[in-house]
Design a binder for this molecule. Structure first.
Ligand code: ADP
Length: 498
């Protein structure tokens, strides 16, 4: 056992919960992961059982603690990062949730949002206050739905008998033995109820969605005091000192602390975030403005621009599961390298429409440029390239909004393991890519936030300095060739929208 101790990150994701042990050199020493059930009660609906989330998270934590014989003295702090927007309402007198959690992906409240936000003036005010475009994705309408559709809930909420939280707040509440009901600004900024400029829950929006203010958690700095552990079976008195939503945690874990620094996560979908300092940049490309996690001592709110690609690594899942072109996602790299290019083939994976900067919900996927010579490798390569083209489009939209260039794109996520994809991304973007040795940047971000608050690390300079041996991808393609490829992509996207 190191005398220096550890920080533990609780990495609460959409499909699993993990407890991650991080040492003073920011190494991921070990982790325990527990999946939980995805509940699909109707087409388009997605739920989680909050108790199952809780037990998967607590189970992974206790197993990690037991495996390493840790006591509360060994653990400097606990940090939490979580799936964002997912909504839980519970009764603090019993600790029981009133219903299953409504998951961020759930579309059940689309009509409710369209109805409540049908007035363009309302929609505009939501945008101005929260930085978000009204959508069922965010927590507001999910809370409203639970209050409208759970028998007795509205009365109990109005009597001050119910609490709301995103998953972080629920975990904090349980772990502190019901003492602390709090969230952080990054999670608050995804509820569509939080005024990101004034740093408070917005009365007008709470009224609009019929949500009593008494349900809302206190909003505390992402790196700071969220109480101490007080739960049977877990060492008592460990400070919970960091909380952030997963994407902002990953921005922090990538050491993007300054304006213009950006990261892209290549997972099932892709999430691009650019730090914009203390300026909340308004997007003209329908990207969202969100709050970034700040280090302790930062007195002014820091912001980020965020955009996403709906189908990122998922295009490889599709090629594996539906087309049978590959056996594993990792195999895509060797196959793609068998050919020098796609032979003019483009895949546009607009399975559910196209996002920023195209915004076309009706578009559906296309494969174009196929000839008699097109083979499996060409198709797989075109699938991989489609991820890079979509991220490229998003980067350009974000740069236009922010009025500055992203010099270095920090990358992480499952598909960032693909060297061919990363090189192609650098080539078509004409930007340098940095891939850290530890691509678990989300858990790392939560650990950093908690560790900084407890003085386990001295400051962000120390964190940046620990990040030494990144894999670097420099653009190598001639600009002429890149332009031709990009023109082909634009033509393919136009066909997709036609
Ligand atoms: P998530 O957190 O969204 O579940 P991950 O970060 O675990 O996703 O990444 C998994 C995604 O990345 C899957 O969609 C998978 O198809 C894709 N992927 C994983 N490894 C590779 C690879 N070597 N090349 C291309 N895609 C990959």
């Amino acid at each position: 056992m190191s005398t220096e101790g550890y920080v533990i990150a609780l990495d609460q994701g959409t499909t699993s919960s993990r407890a991650v042990l991080v040492d003073h050199d920011a190494r991921m020493v070990d982790f325990v992961q527990r999946p939980f059930t995805q509940i699909y009660p109707q087409p388009g609906w997605v739920e989680h059982n909050p108790q199952e989330i809780l037990f998967s998270q607590l189970g992974s934590l206790t197993e990690l603690i037991a495996r390493h014989n840790l006591t509360s003295d060994d653990i400097a702090a606990i940090g939490i990062d979580n799936q964002r927007e997912t909504t839980i309402v519970w009764d603090p007198s019993t600790g029981q949730p009133i219903a299953n959690a409504i998951v961020w992906q759930c579309r059940r409240t689309t009509d409710l949002v369209n109805h409540l936000c049908s007035d363009p003036a309302v929609s505009q005010r939501i945008r101005a206050k929260t930085g978000l475009l009204p959508d069922a994705y965010f927590s507001a309408s999910k809370i409203a739905w639970l209050l409208r559709n759970t028998p007795g809930a509205r009365d109990r909420a109005e009597a001050g008998e119910l609490l709301f939280g995103t998953v972080d707040a629920y975990l904090v509440w349980v772990l502190t033995g019901g003492l602390v009901h709090a969230t952080d600004p990054t999670n608050a900024s995804r509820t569509m109820l939080y005024n990101i400029h004034e740093g408070r829950w917005d009365e007008e929006l709470l009224d609009l969605f019929g949500i009593p203010a008494s349900m809302m958690p206190e909003v505390r700095p992402s790196s700071g005091d969220f109480g101490q552990t007080s739960y049977p079976g877990i060492p008592a008195g460990i400070p919970i000192a960091g909380v952030a939503g997963d994407q902002q945690a990953s921005l922090f874990g990538q050491c993007c602390f300054a304006p213009g620094q950006a990261k892209n996560t290549y997972g099932t979908g892709c999430f691009l975030l650019m730090h914009t300092g203390t300026t909340a940049v308004d997007s003209t490309n329908q990207l969202v403005t969100t709050i970034a996690a700040s280090a302790p001592g930062q007195t002014q709110t820091e912001y980020a621009l965020e955009g996403s690609v709906f189908v990122g690594g998922a295009v490889m899942q599709w090629m594996r599961d539906e087309l049978g072109l590959i056996r594993t996602a990792a195999e895509s790299e060797s196959l793609a390298r068998e050919v020098p290019d796609t032979g003019g083939v483009y895949v546009v994976p607009a399975f559910t429409g196209l996002g920023a900067p195209w915004w076309n919900a009706e578009a559906r996927g296309t494969i174009c440029g196929i000839t008699r010579g097109t083979n499996r490798s060409h198709l797989v390569r075109a699938g991989l390239e489609s991820i890079a083209y979509q991220v490229g489009d998003l980067v350009h939209a974000m740069e236009a909004d922010a009025g500055r260039k992203i010099d270095v794109l920090n990358v992480d996520g499952g598909a960032s393991a693909n060297g061919m994809l990363m090189q192609f991304q650098a080539d078509i973007l004409d930007r340098t890519l940095h891939r850290p040795q530890n691509v678990e940047t989300t858990a790392l971000g939560a650990a950093y936030l908690a560790g900084l608050a407890q003085g386990f690390w001295s400051g962000t300079d120390e964190l940046s300095a620990m990040r030494s041996s990144d894999d670097v991808f420099e653009p190598q393609m001639s600009r002429d060739h890149a332009s031709k490829l990009l023109a082909g992509w634009s033509a393919a996207v136009r066909r997709t929208m036609a």
